[in-house]
Write a protein that binds this ligand. Sequence first.
Ligand code: AKB
Length: 315
Amino acid sequence: MILITGASGQIGVDLADELVRRHGPGNVLVTDLRMPEKQRPGRVYDVLDVTYMESVEKIIQSRDISVIYHLAGILSATGERHPELAWNVNVNGVRNVLEAARRFGCRVFWPSSIAVFGPTTPKIDTPQATVTEPGTMYGATKVTGELLCKFHATHHDLDVRSVRFPGIISHSAPPGGGTTDWAVDMFFQAVRHGHYTCFVTEDTRLPMMYMPDAVKSVLDLMDADSACISIRTSYNLTAFSFSSGELAEAIRAYIPDFTCDYAPDFRQDIADSWPQSIDDSCAREDWNWQPEYDLDAMVRDMLHHVRIMIGKEQA
Ligand code: AKB
């Protein structure tokens, strides 16, 4: 059976859909701190707090888990407000999962982030191997997690694979507590109210990716032959970069009256410490990474889905 931790989060919902489609109903165990109010078909549900080693081991053993998508984690903005929580969930969580995976012979996917980079990292076309001195607790937990992955891969032959996700744009589950959340919020506010007040400045540019490509990247990486995987910390990954002003402009192509103003808050400093664009050539060479959505294709598809969702809410 396949285990997803943090399955109610932004990536988990879409990844579970795809895994159920591939492996059939009853083969994907989705877990989070609480049972969701509404259950989706095909999944098996359970509760799991990854900070408790006994719970992680028990679920792997009792459900005969062979692959773990360990998505449970605290994002950057929440991590700055609650650094101890971020350390406990992100570091102890990944440590427990890696230890248990080693003991029970599971394969693991774990998402890292562009947050491993910081103010001293080159900002344009940030290379795979470069300075990782993040300014945030979230970034510190991701650097630590990457090193733990590499340790388990090299010392224990654990098949753990990882990507450094940029901001992810999606409509089926909202992001929670991230610095790149503006790129999702803008769509919902544009459709609901025709206006958005963005929490970063107009020229804040960050690497981003549409959710279907994020899911594709996870599955492409996990499908790749082990001999092709040369990076056991985490692969740089991107689809495109845009500033908040450019996203507003791209949305205006479909909603001409849309207006956006800018009121930067504490998340501006986090965004300013991250790369503006990423060199993901290692992922392209090693496992043929290739995103399918460019900015305009993403904006068109997002607006289509967000309009349907908001139409349903208002009906
Ligand atoms: C966040 O903004 O915290 C995340 C990330 C880039 O890791 N979306």
